[in-house]
Ligand binder design. Structure first.
Ligand SMILES: N[C@@H](CCC(=O)N[C@@H](CS)C(=O)NCC(=O)O)C(=O)O
Length: 223
């Protein structure tokens, strides 16, 4: 299988965690932001990464969107499972995954790029890095006010994810797509000292889940 990705994207991290958890061997192709449109649009009709190319007979050529990639992996390789047989648990897990994808992953992006343009500038002060950060901020409309709103949404996420303080799994009594999505989509916050200080339990869980999935730790937690 081939994963088309941006190496720094937390949605691509989500797909890699799923591939790693299922112990599926795959290769990655890192796309260049901007030029990615030319490759992706004809392939999936969308412009976002991750995109998985299964490279298997009788399977789709390309699958866009991290949630659809996990859905495909779950049918291609059901064990170990990320979904539940129990319909109630499964609904709970899929609702958490969708909320994490659509609301929290976006909020993380806003808070992260606001930080990188301000007090986190010294992480990579190079001109290239700062230009990329400004392009992303313009693309998504990230400014102090929108980042502040995103920060409020993250507070709700920390309330919900507090479950991790008492037990290792967000839903049911085993690891699922909900844990995996939370670990990936909140991982960029590991570079922000205030979050590291205030929510140490969150980063312990993110670390544990990366180890479980055989995925390298995100920046801020590695080394
Ligand atoms: N819901 C999508 C979101 C993916 C997403 O937002 N990807 C961003 C990178 S983090 C992207 O490809 N942006 C480029 C673009 O929109 O052209 C998923 O889960 O795959």
């Amino acid at each position: 299988m081939l994963l088309l990705q941006f190496s720094t994207s937390h949605y691509c991290r989500k797909a890699r965690l799923a591939l790693g958890y299922k112990d599926i061997s795959y290769q990655v192709e890192n796309l260049t932001p901007g030029l990615h449109l030319l490759k992706l649009k004809p392939l999936t009709g969308l412009t976002t990464v991750p995109v998985l190319k299964p490279q298997l007979d009788n399977q789709p050529t390309a699958i866009a969107d991290s949630s659809r990639i996990i859905q495909f992996l779950e049918s291609y390789c059901p064990n170990p499972p990320l979904y539940f047989d129990d319909p109630q648990l499964q609904t709970q897990a899929l609702m958490l995954e969708d909320w994490l994808d659509e609301s929290i992953g976006t909020a993380t992006r806003f808070v992260y790029y606001q930080f990188r343009a301000g007090s986190g500038k010294q992480i990579d002060p190079s001109l290239l890095s700062q230009v990329v950060i400004q392009v992303v901020r313009r693309q998504y409309g990230i400014d102090p006010a929108s980042a502040e709103l995103a920060g409020q949404r993250l507070k709700v996420a920390f309330e919900v994810l507090q479950v991790w303080r008492d037990r290792p799994y967000l839903v049911g009594d085993r690891f699922s797509v909900a844990d995996l999505a939370a670990a990936a989509l909140l991982s960029p916050l590991a570079l922000i000292p205030d979050y590291r200080q205030e929510y140490p339990w969150l980063f312990e869980s993110i670390t544990r889940i990366h180890q479980l999935c055989g995925e390298a730790l995100p920046p801020g937690l590695s080394g």
